[in-house]
Design a protein around this ligand. Structure first.
Ligand SMILES: Nc1ncnc2c1ncn2[C@@H]1O[C@H](COP(=O)(O)OP(=O)(O)OP(=O)(O)O)[C@@H](O)[C@H]1O
Length: 957
């Protein structure tokens, strides 16, 4: 069996494995640094005392099956950069937080989109430009200036974090501005001229209502007929939505500097008249006036009638969907809430509408940059919005921050990593600018979700309150089990009464499932038969990238317009594919899990799962991309044992033994118990190989150490450790005479082929400054043409806050926690497989199920799964013993006596799972690779442990 074809796209969860793809010939595997057996220990209790019981808020049932639920600088102590580097730097956590870097998580996954170079820009300037109101205009001297260090090209390693330099530096400047009274309402036009150019401000008092004239009535007329009105209005929105970037990254890029286009309109009124735009602009002004009045009414009386009126004006919809009204009322009354509504149910409206009504700004925390762009684009014109991401230019970032300070933004999208930047957060904590924090995809907070992210783990109510000065939090997700919901609500301190939940699956989705011996053949047959022949847009989900390419080619060969989509395809091509799909130029998109988040194509008529999803959550998310227009849509799932076993094995990619965690912690806390305040770095790549631990797992452990009650460390923005420097204009010794940093660099460098190689933290420490000061200085010199340099060895950076009293028991706790997370993921695969298996093999087809149509029984399985109080008892198909296992392990160890193994490493090889120290490029050539994929992983680990102890005993003798 060949298990090396594992080019899967992760779902964004670091726990998902993304093994490499290759087929090399067998070589003798290299020795491995780690060795011996692993141990286990006691669990970590729930850290949050705020328990949330069953949800209480009920949603009125509609067609859906609604569910109700409730110190001073000291000398450097750097070691080799390959491991942990320690640096004593000014100790205040705040001070170090102000390093102009952010932690960015590199993910070989859908979330990797987060870090892809996105089209520059993102702060979309709306036509709601600031009006000449002295209250809103800072004095000229307080205008934001460009930071001299931040212009021009950034070094490759710092490209990603460059924008965050901007935020940091600007943050400081912005803080020194005069404090402006934050406006309250949207769309109050200030002067006739401002009106003509569609300029708006937010006012604190109710504006004088204007009588609606024939012209003015256009807006109301456009929307009065609900859906039809919405369509026509949507057209207007597309034409004029200040938040939209025309649906196309390309065109957005083209327009990114065209803020001027909007501003120029002010000067070029005549041309607008000539082009016949004047009346449209007048309508726009009046539209906003009407909306503003309606928003004012809602703020003073959030009655159903007023809310529906505002809904109709802004969106053109006649009524709220399930859960929306309840959620909006909770938010408007200042209550933190959690909203669990199916994909496509309209969760965005639950924060957009309050954003219009509430004073101050709504901050939306979103896991993906691509998702932020989509959400920004979808904001109605009446809600001025922007986003901040690391791919933006200094100008774009400063423009957005200026609008934040002025209060002319109502919605701002940011990534969770942004909250690590204390200068960014200080803008808000000092000014109370934010009235609502929305956490999109809130399940990512919980390690018990299918998509846990370490950066989300840091989103706790206490942090949000202290760093952003906000009281009201809205957590939104489409998929959360009872355990995940409880976890999220506890972390965000949301009372159990404030849960708005509806069935996690829509009724218009027809679910079918089949056990397949030959999935490719069955897929082709499915596509060539009704109802699929009639479906205009289809998504086919596969586990592996290679599968998507193969299937899309096959479909094209069969005259079906199809394209593949996965994270191995360049971002530009992926965007193009998505555009082609959204504009119906291709009929089928064959994708990995990397596709779909934030996709709002309403007429996807079918979603086919060529591979078993990793969890019912993933399944529900993905089928939720069908039928968003409410029409009957078809979702078919193919499954088979082989895919299940492979998938299940992959869930063991991230677990760690206590032995390894212990070694890792010893490295993290190397030094003595008086090392509080010491700044350390862990070079990602070398540490990952050394401990046979994925980089994301390293970050997860560090984050966990930060969030522990004792707070062992404080995570700092990531940095690069090594710098390779070339001098170009002035000779190094001459430059050193007038530049202290260069003088220190010369002292600390090793010279190789004329290049100066040094460690940034070491240089920073010896001068007693922060690493960012050194990098900023280098950047400045680079911009002057004096030097060029390359940054290497990206590293996690942290400050030791509390030295652990007992590293062994801490390691035991952490290993137990990692093991629990691992088991949880395995159970999720089992639950997915069991649901499919039940439908095909056990369902008696009495409750509406027929042949392979299993909507009723799958819906029930899904609801049961999401509502279960625990997930402990999920049966699985794994063998619990194997006759030849011990003997095979013995042979394997004998034939690889040069290498050192842990029991887990052996079990992974027997399951065909690659890891940083045992890559499949080398180890997949052993014929034991994946041989025991059907045997319980823990059983193999136990056998391996016994065999290793045997070997060790013999060696000792
Ligand atoms: N009350 C409503 N009436 C009609 N359409 C609505 C209503 N509320 C939202 N919609 C529409 O439903 C579509 C889906 O909304 P939205 O993108 O907010 O869904 P979502 O729940 O966030 O989905 P996902 O979980 O996939 O992100 C949008 O086109 C939106 O305009």
């Amino acid at each position: 069996m060949d298990y090396s074809c594992s080019d899967s796209d992760s779902d964004g969860s670091h726990i998902s494995s993304t093994p490499p793809r290759h087929h090399p010939t067998y070589q003798r595997p290299p020795p491995h640094p780690s060795s011996t057996a692993s141990l286990r220990n006691k669990p970590n209790p729930n850290p949050n005392p705020n328990t949330c019981s069953r949800p209480i808020l009920k949603i009125k049932p509609s067609t859906n099956t609604n569910k109700t639920k409730p110190p001073p600088p000291i000398q450097s102590q750097s070691q080799s950069h390959s491991d942990v580097v320690h640096h004593q730097i000014p100790p205040s956590c705040d001070a170090v937080n102000s390093l102009p870097f952010q932690i960015l998580i590199r993910r070989p996954s859908s979330f990797a989109v987060d870090e892809e170079p996105l089209p520059a820009g993102g702060s979309c300037v709306s036509k709601f430009t600031k009006m000449p109101n002295s209250n809103l205009h800072p004095p000229a001297h307080s205008q934001t200036n460009q930071h001299p260090n931040l212009l021009g090209t950034l070094p490759p390693d710092s490209e990603q974090i460059a924008a965050d330099f901007n935020v940091t530096d600007l943050g400081g400047k912005l803080m020194s501005r005069s404090k402006h009274k934050h406006p309250n309402l949207i769309g109050a036009c200030a002067s006739p001229r401002d009106n003509l150019i569609g300029t708006c401000v937010l006012q604190a008092t109710k504006p004088k209502p204007k009588p609606i004239t024939v012209n003015e009535g256009n807006f109301v007329r456009l929307n009065i007929n609900g859906h039809g009105g919405r369509k026509r209005f949507a057209h207007k929105v597309r034409k004029r939505n200040p938040n939209a970037y025309n649906g196309s990254r390309k065109s957005y890029k083209r327009n990114k500097n065209n803020f001027k286009v909007v501003c120029e309109a002010e000067e070029d009124e005549n041309s607008f008249c000539e082009q016949g735009f004047l009346s449209e602009r007048t309508e726009t002004r009046l539209d906003f006036q009407v909306i503003e009045n309606a928003a004012f009414d809602v703020r003073h009386d959030p009655s159903d009638a007023n809310l529906v009126k505002l809904l109709k004006l802004v969106y053109g919809y006649d009524s709220f969907r399930d859960g929306q009204l309840e959620a909006i009322k909770l938010i408007l009354s200042g209550k933190s809430s959690m909203v669990i509504l199916p994909t496509g149910a309209g969760k965005s409206l639950c924060y957009q509408l309050p954003a219009m009504v509430l004073e101050g700004m709504t901050l939306v925390i979103s896991p993906l940059v691509a998702l932020m762009f989509d959400q920004l684009k979808q904001l109605p014109p009446a809600i001025p919005g922007a986003l901040l991401c690391s791919s933006q230019t200094l100008e774009e970032t400063s423009e957005t921050l200026r609008r934040v300070q002025e209060g002319t933004l109502k919605v701002l999208f940011v990534s969770p990593e942004r909250l690590l930047n204390s200068e960014f957060t200080s803008i808000f904590s000092a000014n109370s600018l934010i009235s609502l924090v929305v956490i999109d995809e809130a399940h990512c907070i919980s390690e018990w979700s299918h998509n846990f992210r370490p950066s989300y783990m840091r989103l706790r109510a206490s942090l949000l309150r202290s760093s952003l000065g906000v009281d009201c939090i809205l957590a939104m997700t489409a998929t959360a089990t009872t355990k995940t919901t409880h976890d999220v609500m506890c972390s965000l301190e949301i009372p159990s009464t404030n849960l708005v939940q509806a069935a996690q699956i829509r009724d218009n989705l027809h679910l079918s499932v089949s056990l397949s011996e030959n999935r490719m053949k069955d897929l082709m047959a499915l596509l060539k038969a009704p109802p699929y022949t009639e479906v205009k847009s289809i998504i086919i989900y596969c586990k592996y990238q290679s599968e998507t390419d193969r299937i899309s080619k096959l479909l094209c060969d069969s005259n079906i317009r199809a394209k593949s989509y996965h994270s191995g395809i360049p971002a530009k091509d992926r965007r193009r594919t998505q555009e082609l799909f959204c504009s119906n130029k291709i009929r089928v998109i064959v994708a990995t899990v990397a596709f779909g988040m934030g996709l709002d194509k309403s007429d996807v008529g079918a979603v086919i799962h060529y591979s078993l999803p990793e969890s019912l959550e993933e399944y529900v998310q993905e089928i939720g991309r069908a039928g968003r227009d409410g029409r009957v849509s078809y979702c078919h799932l193919f499954f088979d044992d082989t895919t299940y076993f492979k998938l299940r094995s992959l869930m063991y990619s991230d677990g760690q033994d206590q032995y390894t965690v212990n070694k890792f912690l010893s490295q993290v806390f190397s030094g003595d118990s008086h090392s509080q305040g010491r700044i350390c770095t862990i070079v990602k790549e070398s540490a990952s190989r050394k401990f046979d631990m994925k980089e994301e797992v390293i970050l997860t452990i560090l984050t966990r150490l930060e969030l522990a009650e004792e707070r062992y460390l404080c995570l700092l923005p990531q940095t690069s450790v090594t710098c390779v420097l070339n001098f170009h204009i002035t000779s190094p010794p001459i430059l050193a005479t007038k530049d202290t940093i260069i003088a220190t660099i010369l002292k600390k460098s090793e010279i190789k082929d004329g290049q100066y190689i040094f460690e940034i933290p070491m240089v920073a420490c010896s001068i007693g400054v922060q690493a960012s000061t050194v990098t900023n200085h280098l950047l400045n010199l680079k911009l002057k043409g004096e030097i060029t340099y390359e940054m290497k060895d990206p590293a996690y950076c942290y400050m030791i806050v509390n030295f652990p009293r007992d590293i062994c028991s801490l390691a035991a706790d952490l290993a137990k926690w990692l093991s629990d997370v691992e088991s949880c993921k395995v159970r999720k695969v089992d639950a997915m497989f069991n649901a499919a298996f039940f439908a095909v093999k056990t369902c008696d087809r009495t409750n509406g199920c027929t042949d392979c149509q299993h909507t009723p029984c799958l819906q029930k399985k899904i609801l049961d799964y999401f509502n279960a109080d625990n997930d402990n008892s999920i049966p699985n198909k794994m063998a619990q013993t194997s006759r030849f296992l011990r003997a095979d392990i013995k042979v394997f160890l004998q034939s690889n006596s040069h290498a050192k193994f842990t029991p887990r490493a052996i079990a992974r090889i027997m399951h065909g799972i690659a890891s940083p120290a045992f890559p499949s490029s080398t180890w997949s050539k052993t014929h034991f690779w994946g041989r025991y994929i059907q045997t319980n992983f823990d059983v193999i680990m136990e056998a391996a442990k016994a065999e290793l102890m045997d070997c060790a005993g013999k060696t000792a003798v």
